[in-house]
Design a protein. Structure first.
Length: 196
């Protein structure tokens, strides 16, 4: 076997291994998005088209897979909440902010529920969730600098109203439409933010 062939073989194995690993991560995400909030290793392996032994060669346990999934989705989630038109009057900016959050929450709903279902089990999920909440708070401050003037208890109320948990309650448990839920969140937030 020539030198080029010796180099090609390990590279080919490494590429196949990376493809299998990525397929496992993508399968886990797909299952969560479909509503399988805590997929098993067998379910993920079957969806990815790999054997269970191959699954455990890549991930020693489901915690390792959850960490890989979380790492892959982190930037995607962050990008859903950034950008948008942040100019205009308070009312215009508030509408844009709530619409941005509503669209993001709709897109990541099942993955958020999956994270909530598994947070008790994994410390890294608890840390990442706390960091995400701080990021959402900072992001909302950027949309609405008026929030800086609120007393501490009212600021906490703003974070609760703008949260995924509030959105999920309105949409899932109270059965409201996206439009009605958006209107309620906007109205509640507007009631807490004084005009300059």
């Amino acid at each position: 076997m020539g030198k080029a062939e010796q180099t090609a073989a390990p590279d080919g194995r490494r590429l196949r291994s990376e493809r299998s690993r990525n397929a496992i991560i993508e399968a886990a995400v797909a299952l969560m998005e479909e509503g399988v909030l805590v997929p098993t290793a067998q379910q993920v392996a079957q969806r990815a088209g790999v054997g269970i032994r191959s699954f455990f060669r890549h991930f020693e346990d489901m915690g390792a897979l959850a960490e890989a999934v979380n790492g892959q989705l982190g930037d995607t989630w962050k990008n859903l909440f950034t950008g948008g038109d942040r100019a205009g009057t308070l009312d215009e900016r508030l509408v844009h902010a709530v619409e941005c959050y509503a669209n993001a929450y709709e897109q990541i709903c099942n993955v958020m529920l999956s994270t909530a279902a598994q947070r008790w089990r994994y410390e890294f999920l608890r840390r990442n969730y706390a960091r995400a909440l701080r990021g959402l708070r900072h992001n909302l401050n950027d949309w609405l600098p008026e929030l800086h003037a609120l007393p501490a208890d009212e600021r906490e109320a703003v974070d609760a109203i703008a949260s995924f948990e509030m959105w999920h309650r309105l949409r899932e448990h109270q059965g409201l439409s996206k439009e009605n839920s958006t209107a309620i969140v906007t109205k509640l937030l507007r009631g807490l933010i004084p005009d300059r």
